[in-house]
Ligand binder design. Structure first.
Ligand SMILES: [Zn+2]
Ligand SMILES: [Zn+2]
Length: 418
């Protein structure tokens, strides 16, 4: 039996367990469902189900490696795309280590160009985030090896925290309208289910993406400044930080950044020596005078341009790094809650918003909790699952709990032994 067939059987027994139940999204019957079939490796989509029971029956019969549903609601979910009758969509966000430069992806992620005519023999390859196009040949197909480590999860958790802060404090969504999920791999999904967001079109969603990403924020009251500039003397900066929205974010962010920043940190982000000296020497009084009291002018060596530069830097730190395409696509398919991820064997699972910091995906998303398996591991870094630590492994046999064995096989790091 091949390792893939072996994992297929695990997926079978998981879904065929009589206790298995689909957590259903709202407007269940108006969603399009899509399945990547395990054996056939083919996508089946444009499906809809009247009841969760019929969906469960379908999954038990076909055994998918991955299950998705539309964020959109349709009049006819089974019709072709342009005949479905779009009647609204949840607002969704995807925060994934695939798109965020983490400190660990250069260590555990690899890609290799699959174009047989790649100018690098055997295919150009590298570490870190997979490029859109092969730098050697422009090819767009890659063999990608990734890993999900605690650093990946922590990085995406920080971004998710920033996003949740914006959704609740700036947009005013109630906690019960926001659903937070571990994606099943190495990131988080946020779904907002609220009457007001349902009918938003792509352009409106793009505006939300820009806000979350800190794009086009007029935080410096530049209009006011321009009119001030028409007077003879150049005026002092007029941007005023407040306790709302991005201004609050910048105020707190600049305060924190300047409190922690050493002279070297300031030089590193491009602040001139004179400014960096002032900002580190008179730190406490400057923080009070400028940031707390909004009196930015007449600071030796720290003019408008310098403040602007610091604010820009802090804005980038405070923006939430989301996969922007997911949010703007009103027909997007997203992994279904409570289903297995075909690259890990972990579940996409929902957890309460307030448990973001305490929910450990490597415990809470583990699906295969019973039994052990013998595997031959080619290579795997040290990892934790269900509170146990495994590896690192290099060309060795290991007897592992089921969840860890499935993970290594699906990640292409191990073969099952009998
Ligand atoms: Zn190439
Ligand atoms: Zn990592």
């Amino acid at each position: 039996m091949s390792s893939r067939d072996w994992v297929y059987e695990k997926f079978c027994s998981y879904y065929k367990n009589p206790r298995y139940k689909f957590p259903q999204p709202v407007q269940f019957s108006q969603r399009e469902y899509a399945f990547l079939l395990f054996k056939e490796r083919a996508m089946v989509r444009h499906k809809s189900f009247a009841t969760p029971t019929s969906l469960t029956a379908f999954v038990r019969e076909r055994i998918p490696s991955d299950v998705y549903h539309s964020c959109a609601y349709y009049e006819n979910p089974e019709a072709e795309m342009d005949k479905k009758g779009w009647s609204g969509a949840d607002l969704v966000f995807d925060i994934d280590a695939d798109h965020i430069p983490t400190s660990c992806n250069k260590i555990h992620d690899e890609w290799k160009c699959l174009n047989p005519e790649c100018r690098v023999s055997g295919g150009m390859n590298g570490k870190g985030i997979t490029p859109e196009e092969c730098p050697a040949c422009g090819g767009m197909k890659f063999d990608v090896k990734t890993w999900a480590c605690e650093q990946c999860i922590e990085t995406t958790r920080v971004e998710t925290r920033k996003l949740l802060d914006m959704l609740t404090n700036d947009f005013g969504f109630a906690e019960q309208e926001i659903h937070t999920f571990f994606s099943g791999h190495r990131g988080y999904h946020i779904h907002v289910e609220n009457e007001a967001v349902r009918s938003l079109d792509t352009m409106a969603r793009k505006e939300i993406v820009d806000y979350v990403s800190g794009i086009g924020i007029d935080m410096f009251d530049q209009k006011k400044r321009k009119s001030a500039n028409t007077r003879k003397k150049a005026s002092s900066p007029t941007f005023s930080l407040s306790d709302y929205g991005w201004k609050r974010r910048l105020k707190n962010g600049m305060y924190k950044f300047l409190t922690d920043a050493t002279r070297e940190d300031l030089l590193k982000i491009g602040i001139a020596k004179k400014g960096a000296n002032t900002l580190t020497k008179d730190k406490d009084s400057l923080l009070k005078r400028c940031i707390e009291e909004n009196r930015w002018g007449s600071v030796k060596g720290v003019g408008y341009e310098t403040w602007m530069h610091i604010a820009e830097h802090v804005k980038n730190l405070e923006a939430a790094q989301i996969d922007t395409v997911v949010t703007t696509d009103i027909h997007r398919l997203i992994r279904a809650n409570g289903t297995l991820h075909g690259k890990t064997g972990l579940l996409k699972v929902e957890f309460p918003v307030k448990e973001l910091d305490t929910f450990d995906p490597f415990v809470g998303a583990v699906a295969f909790k019973e039994g052990i398996a013998k595997v031959q591991v080619s290579e795997a870094p040290e990892f934790k699952l269900s509170g146990e630590t495994f590896g690192p492994f290099k060309n060795q046999a290991a007897e592992l709990p089921m969840g860890a064995a499935v993970l290594l096989i699906l990640k292409g790091r191990a073969e099952v032994l009998r």
